[in-house]
Design a protein around this ligand. Sequence first.
Ligand SMILES: [Zn+2]
Ligand SMILES: [Zn+2]
Length: 272
Amino acid sequence: MEFLWEMAQTWGEHFRRDLFRYLIAATAVSLLVSWVFRQWMDSRRIQRRRASWKDIRREIHFSMLTLGVFATIGIITSILGDWGLLRIYRQWSDYPLWWNLISLPVLIVLHDTYFYWTHRAMHHPALFKHFHRVHHLSRTPTPWAAYSFSVGEASLMGIFSPLILALIPLHLTVWLIFIFVMIFRNAMLHAGCEFHPRSWVDGPLDIMTTTTHHDLHHQRFHGNYGFYFTWWDRWMGTEFKNYKQAFCQAVDGNFSDPHTRKRSIASNLNCG
Ligand SMILES: [Zn+2]
Ligand SMILES: [Zn+2]
């Protein structure tokens, strides 16, 4: 009985922590879009269609379900930790300085790779309905769609944590920074307005995705599977051909939806 009570407490703790991060990220991005930079963001909307309250309610509902799954996986992670199977450490001196410096970028690259391939696999017709259909109910996503997953997708996404923590040594601070980077990036990619500066796709930062990159995925499904970076999509030939054009359209105040664009589009592939 005591064991079950302890498990319930651990579950509740994980749920509260993940809920806090989700609320902070989705609220912050929503406020930036609809209040702080409202006019600027409104001129950079990617789709003409606006998400309805019903869409937002559904996204929050499924995100709560996802937090429940994450909390359950959190119990498994805690048990693995108690058994000494996780390689998380608390003293910076436990590992060399070079590893402390590069572990966050390494973690982000590994997560990006995990995300690209599991995401692409979930688009296989045999898996889509059971794993990924819920997330794609958001044709015009909002920041609240960040965790709008079915149980299958939430499990696949959540299992990354115990897996990576068992495989590579990570300082607790690095892990917490990663969690915040992940949820904020996630909320930004679903913002519906283009945050990134015009020059983004013309320079070295083009290796990183933009809101338009992921928004196009929600509009057209079969392409732009990446999360942080564009390189997997480019290596695998899965990036939408009109990505840069759609990005420029959003930055210039033209919608990327081909049926509802405001003005004629530029035919060149960069914003210049
Ligand atoms: Zn999405
Ligand atoms: Zn997808």
